[in-house]
Design a protein around this ligand. Structure first.
Ligand code: MN
Length: 281
């Protein structure tokens, strides 16, 4: 494990966004591989295949755009649970949005524990093929199929909105009703709508919200999803929202032979970062 408590405060200067990677996939319920994602997303974003200008004309290529805290590795799921929360809490002390790169979706529970302490009235916008609301999945309450059950039962968010869902089942529908989750299933999705997003807003972007045709490098292939363009339209439509943090999770490089999913995750990171900067300036 990297040192969690030390020099963030000293090193941090005037950067606008904190970036951190969590190399975790021990809670993946199906196949592993997502732990290798963070460096590949960075490589795709900062590589020579594209440039760092967003579609709306924000140049992320300045040295003061990202404070990169690097990637964290943990020895066990329990260590990850506390270590992720501590790392995110430390970064949030700098009063900047924090973007976390997964890793599987289990990282979102400890991330949100850190956010809730700073933002007691948090709205979460989750883009995902899956509700991830299982009370307990394969005897693992920390499973990547359960983070939003943990978040809602601990009352860590005032509101949860899910978009792109296409795997709802009876148990998870009960959980969604119980926690008053707003679910916009993929079959009903009509494009960006005014969700009246109460701020502050946290965005949890599971790459598998995209159709596997656009982003095959995920552990759970779920056909019938969103195009990359539809996802970008949602991000671009977040005008006026106070985006305080985000995660990009579930990219699995083992299933991405051409590198298209890495590039897609990098594109989401780029446009999301630009949107954050745009809405704060
Ligand atoms: Mn998912």
């Amino acid at each position: 494990m990297s040192n969690l408590n030390q020099t963030f405060l000293k090193e941090f200067d005037q950067e606008k966004i904190a970036l951190v990677g969590f190399a975790c996939d021990e809670n993946s319920s199906y196949i592993r591989g997502a732990a290798a994602a963070p460096p590949m997303i960075r490589e795709a974003l900062f590589g020579e295949a594209s440039n760092l200008w967003s579609e709306h004309g924000i140049d992320l290529g300045h040295t003061d755009t990202f404070f990169d805290a690097g990637d964290f590795h943990f020895n066990s799921p329990q260590e990850a649970l506390s270590g992720i929360e501590t790392a995110v809490s430390n970064l949030l002390q700098h009063e900047v949005p924090v973007i976390s790169l997964g890793g599987d979706h289990s990282i979102t529970f400890p991330i949100i524990r850190a956010f809730q302490k700073k933002y007691p009235e948090l709205t979460i916008l989750q883009l995902d093929a899956h509700p991830d609301l299982y009370y307990n999945f394969k005897e693992n309450p920390l499973s990547n199929a359960s983070p939003f059950a943990r978040i809602m039962e601990h009352q860590l968010a005032s509101r949860l909105i899910q978009i792109g869902i296409r795997t709802m089942n009876g148990h998870q529908q009960q959980q969604a009703d119980r926690y008053n989750v707003t679910v916009i299933e993929m079959k009903d999705f009509q494009g960006p709508t005014n969700l009246n997003l109460k701020t502050p807003l946290y965005i949890s972007f599971d790459i598998d919200v995209l159709d596997p045709a656009f982003a095959p490098g995920v552990s759970h292939h779920e056909p019938g999803g969103m195009s990359t363009r539809q996802a970008l339209d949602i991000i671009h439509a977040l005008d006026g929202a106070n985006i305080v943090g985000a995660d990009i999770v579930e990219f699995n490089p083992r299933r991405d032979p051409t590198g298209i999913t890495a590039m897609t995750a990098a594109k989401i990171l780029k446009e999301l970062s630009a949107k954050i900067i745009e809405t704060k300036s």
